[in-house]
Design a protein around this ligand. Structure first.
Ligand SMILES: [Zn+2]
Length: 325
C-alpha cells in the first residue's frame, strides 16, 4: 500500500509538473502571440495613420493649395482686370465720341417705305439699294444714330451727345420696314425709330405685332403714329386725345417699353393736338416741316428732313453738313 501510495504520489507530482509546464508554456505562448498581434495591430494602425496623414496631406496639397491658386487666378485677378478694361473702354468712348454738343441741331431723317422692286419707287417709296447707299453715306461720315430717348435727353434735359449725331425715322410701319430695313440696320449697326399706326398692324401691308416686338427687342424704337392715321387737325379734342393715348398704350403693350414720341399723320396738327399731347404723356411730337430738331424748339413741334429716292450721296452729305436744300 505504501509503495502504491508512493507511486501514486510520484505520478501526481509528475502530472502536476506536466500541467505546470504546460501552463507555463501556454502562458508564454499566448503572451508571445498576444505581443506579436499587438505589434501587428499597432503597426497596422501606424501604417493606417501614416497613410491617412499622407492622404490628408495630399488632400491638402491638392485641394487647399491649388484652390487658393485657382481663386487668385480665376476669381479675383481676372475680375479686377475686366473692370479696369471696362473703365478704359468707357473712357475711350468718352474721349473719342461723346464730346459735348450744346448748340447744334440734330437732323431727324424721315422715311416711309423701302421697296425691293425699284420700279415701285415714289414720293414715299425708296428702293432698297438706294436706301442702303444713303445710310452707308451717313455711317461713313462718322455719324451716330441716336435713340428717341437720347434725342429727348439732349433737347430737353441738358444731356450731351456726339457732335455727329443723327436720328433715322420711318412713318406708318410698312412691312418692308421689317423685311428690307431691319436687315440693313443690323448690317450697318445703326439705330432707328419706327412710328407705327396701332390699328394697322395686320401683317399684310404693315408689320405684325410680333415683328414690331422683335425689332423693339433688338433696340429699334417703336413710337406712335396714332391709332387710325386720321388727320389730327380734322378731329375734335376728345378724338385726338383718344388717338394719342390709345395708340401709346397699345404700342407699349406690345413692346413693353414706354412710348415717348409721336409723328403726326401727314404732319398735320393744331392747338388741340398740343393739349392732347401733354395730357397723354408724350415728350416729343414730330411734324414734317423741314429743318433740324433744336433745343429752342417746342417739344410738340419738332422738324424733320424727309428724304426720297432722288437723294444721292452728295445730297445726304449736305444734310449732314447742315445744308438744307
Ligand atoms: Zn403716315
Amino acid at each position: 500500500m505504501n509503495a502504491e501510495n508512493k507511486k501514486i504520489k510520484v505520478l501526481k507530482r509528475k502530472r502536476n509538473l506536466c500541467i505546470l509546464l504546460i501552463l507555463i508554456a501556454a502562458t508564454v505562448g499566448i503572451t508571445f502571440i498576444a505581443t506579436s498581434n499587438k505589434d501587428e495591430i499597432d503597426n497596422t494602425a501606424y501604417t493606417m495613420n501614416l497613410g491617412s496623414n499622407i492622404h490628408i496631406q495630399s488632400k491638402m496639397s491638392i485641394k487647399i493649395e491649388p484652390k487658393a491658386e485657382v481663386k487668385k487666378e480665376n476669381k479675383i485677378e481676372p475680375k479686377v482686370e475686366a473692370k479696369k478694361e471696362d473703365k478704359k473702354e468707357v473712357k475711350d468712348i468718352v474721349k473719342s465720341n461723346f464730346v459735348i454738343n450744346n448748340t447744334g441741331g440734330v437732323p431727324v431723317i424721315c422715311y416711309h417705305s423701302v421697296v425691293s422692286d425699284s420700279s415701285k419707287r415714289g414720293p414715299i417709296a425708296i428702293p432698297k439699294e438706294r436706301f442702303r447707299q444713303q445710310l452707308k453715306t451717313i455711317k461713313d461720315a462718322g455719324f451716330i444714330t441716336l435713340t428717341m430717348s437720347q434725342l429727348n435727353d439732349y433737347l430737353f434735359k441738358g444731356k450731351s451727345i456726339p457732335p455727329k449725331s443723327i436720328v433715322i425715322t420711318f412713318d406708318d410701319g410698312y412691312i418692308d420696314n421689317y423685311t428690307n430695313v431691319f436687315p440693313i440696320l443690323k448690317e450697318l449697326h445703326m439705330n432707328a425709330t419706327i412710328f407705327v399706326v396701332s390699328s394697322s398692324l395686320d401683317g399684310a401691308r404693315f408689320m405684325t405685332p410680333n415683328e414690331v416686338k422683335e425689332m423693339s427687342d433688338y433696340g429699334i424704337d417703336i413710337e406712335s403714329h396714332t391709332v387710325s392715321h386720321n388727320r389730327l387737325s380734322g378731329l375734335s379734342y376728345e378724338q385726338q386725345f383718344k388717338e394719342l393715348k390709345n395708340s401709346k398704350e397699345a404700342i407699349e403693350k406690345i413692346t413693353g417699353k414706354p412710348v415717348i414720341s409721336i409723328a403726326y399723320p401727314e404732319g398735320k396738327y393744331n392747338k388741340d393736338t398740343k393739349k392732347a399731347f401733354l395730357a397723354s404723356g408724350y415728350s416729343m411730337g414730330f411734324t414734317t416741316a423741314r429743318g433740324y430738331a433744336e433745343r429752342r424748339d417746342s417739344s410738340t413741334e419738332l422738324n424733320r428732313i424727309c428724304v426720297d429716292y432722288t437723294y444721292g450721296s452728295r445730297d445726304i452729305e449736305n444734310i449732314l453738313n447742315y445744308v438744307i436744300r
